[in-house]
Design a binder for this molecule. Structure first.
Ligand code: NAI
Length: 304
């Protein structure tokens, strides 16, 4: 891209888990818009076992042969030393770390009844701790430069829950919280953090998605939003977007109008039960975007 209207030219980006699926598509598109990309991938299997170099190497080759700049990294995001090293590689190779796309992920799907502690821990290690470690390593560089763009990768499973994914949905929900808090703490340093819940065909999803939708859910239909969130021109922060198959939609939290009783007397269980419909009716609800708005709503009837 020659005009650099997105302000991505020369920016230094790290995309984790970029050896395939969504991460590969994000890395290729970032590079197309002029970003220099560290293509990180552990190169293991979809359940987190194994490792290898070929996935990251192949994406680096693709970027280079299209005229872009990229370097491979084979570390695991869940290992503190490796996470720091991939950020340092970006700084040493490209002079800074401006963009982090936390994308690396695995699945260990099993019902809660059959889940082992290992199934739980490895999902949290890769998704939550991995995103924490990589972002934590990049954070001081971004603060110092007063510039940063961070993307967390959540999931519809996190937003809505999904059968057989209690570990994964809990981890993916955690990333929404992390992204929102980083948006607040990064604000004065021009660090913007947003979260996506993508839908795309990849090795994690190909067995779950009917074949007739495969052409509509290419990872390439997710990356334009990710790359925009990584751009200088985008001022969104702390937001959550569902994205896939050509749909690009912000997701918000609605607080029901609900039941409000001035708490200057005891409140009974019966009052809660009798007003259950009102408590649950979000049709006249309000979208809440900050903890301040929510707290104000909770307390306002006490002041009258
Ligand atoms: P994918 O399996 O193609 O990509 C994930 C990549 O992360 C793989 O290349 C894998 O080698 C790498 N990886 C795994 N553990 C790693 C580690 N410890 N360190 C570094 N790299 C590691 O799958 P996909 O679908 O592209 O997933 C990308 C992200 O999107 C994941 O976080 C996933 O949970 C999320 N997601 C995907 C959805 C979809 O519809 N494909 C739906 C919702 C979320």
């Amino acid at each position: 891209m020659s005009d650099d209207s997105m302000g991505l030219k020369g920016k230094s980006a790290l995309v984790t888990g970029a050896g395939g699926g969504l991460g590969r598509a994000h890395a290729l598109l970032l590079a197309k818009y002029g970003a220099k990309v560290i293509v990180n991938d552990l190169g293991g299997a979809a359940d987190g076992s194994g490792a290898g170099h070929s996935m990251a190497d192949q994406v680096v080759e693709e970027i280079k042969s299209a005229g872009g700049e990229a370097a491979a990294n084979y570390g695991s995001v869940s290992d503190a030393e490796s996470a720091t090293a991939m950020v340092e590689q970006a700084v040493d190779t490209f002079g800074s770390i401006d963009i982090v796309v936390n994308n690396a992920g695995i699945l260990r799907d099993v019902t809660f009844t059959k889940m082992t502690e290992d199934d739980w821990d490895i999902i949290f290690a890769v998704h939550v701790k991995g995103s924490y470690l990589v972002t934590k390593a990049a954070w001081p560089h971004m603060r110092e430069k007063s510039y940063g763009r961070i993307v967390m990768t959540s999931s519809a499973s996190g937003i809505y829950g999904n059968f057989g994914q209690s570990n994964y949905s809990a981890a993916k929900m955690a990333l929404i919280g992390l992204g929102q808090t980083l948006a607040l703490e990064g604000e004065k340093y021009n660090i913007k953090a947003n979260t996506i819940a993508p839908q795309a065909l990849s090795r994690l999803t190909e067995s779950l998605m009917p074949e007739f939708v495969h052409d509509y859910i290419k990872p390439e239909f997710v990356s334009p939003l990710v790359v925009y969130l990584c751009s200088e021109s985008c001022d969104a922060s702390g937001a959550l977007y569902e994205v896939g198959a050509g749909a690009f939609c912000r997701i918000d939290k609605t607080r029901a109008k609900g039941l409000t009783i001035k708490p200057d007397r005891d409140i009974s269980v019966e009052e809660v039960a009798e007003n259950w419909q009102l408590i649950n009716d979000t049709s006249e609800g309000t979208v809440m975007r900050t903890i301040g708005e929510s707290t104000q709503e909770t307390l306002k009837h006490c002041m009258s």
